[in-house]
Design a protein around this ligand. Sequence first.
Ligand SMILES: Cc1ncc(COP(=O)(O)O)c(C=O)c1O
Length: 375
Amino acid sequence: MSDRQTWPFYNPPLVPPIVQTSVFQFASIAQLQAVADGETPGHIYTRWGNPNTDLVQNALADLEGAQQGWVFGTGMAAITAAMLSLCRPGDHIVAVGTLYGGTHMLFKEQLSQFGVETTFVTQDITAIQSALQPNTKVLFGETISNPKMELLDLEPLARLANENDLFFLVDNTFASPTLCRPLEWGVHGVMHSTTKYLNGHGDAMGGALVGEAAWIENVRAWALQLGALLDPFAAWLLQRSLQTLPLRMAAHSSNALRVADFLEAHPKVQTVYYPALTQPQLAAKYLPDGSSGMISFVVKGDPDSVVQGFRQIVLAPSLADTATTVSHPVSTSHRALTETERQQQGVPYEMIRLSVGIEPVETITADLAAGLDCL
Ligand SMILES: Cc1ncc(COP(=O)(O)O)c(C=O)c1O
């Protein structure tokens, strides 16, 4: 290779470049072997790791206070890899509280095909204790659950997990490490859909797992075969977004608290789910800097009339972007659940899930009022 084909990097750029390559080059077979054997640092093939994914997985591990991390193309890839790393045929999972519908279906429909069964229980500690079996390996829950915004009481659950030799895995997507760092409460592993607050701009999918180095090495072995690594460009976008995460989470949380108060006082609203209002003691303990931007509320009438009455707020079945959006759990995230499961989980047709953005809060409440006036 001529000198003209080497990188013209005489001094480093301020912003890391996007290393959009599928493969890396070597000067010799000896050098390739040294990298493959781990004797020299380096990258070989992007499915096995890339400078952009290295950078962002280290940043995420630091944010969560973890030894190591691994990033995935989506949150579902992360949770799938986590379960493949933790469970073997004949094992059992206890899943606590309401869960994102995709996770619920993974446990119920796919993992069961490999002989891994799940018991779904409420947050009641006695119910959780009685669900444990000799073959239970994993305790799973969402820090703030989707869609009922129930906060997990992490500390006693971590104690229970340790007493029973379980791996306690938590989906921290709705809280983000700015508001809650589950590992500090004794949780063993943390999962994220980085598609949500961590990326935060609605423009890139992603997932992550962080925890002890030995577990992440196991996860990595599965991730390499699944081929589920985050794309370098999405990793770069995520890295950029992390710089504003604390600012965004503060704005999402303070807006959401005002919006939750507004909804609770509104005559057309039956119930509001927001940790600072519904579980104030737990929220003070686990979310002292804010309860995040996610609210669910049940309206007294047809939720479609409300959604169609909004002028700015968009119906878009994701969450955690800078603009306020709404979703309808029964039609989207919890669509695959049976009617009985939805009733058990308390997810009625009239429930609207609101992702409060960072716009001036008065514009959000004015638009909510306009929608609710349509009932
Ligand atoms: C709490 C939670 N976990 C996991 C996921 C799955 O993430 P992804 O869509 O990035 O695969 C979602 C998606 O909405 C979610 O809300």
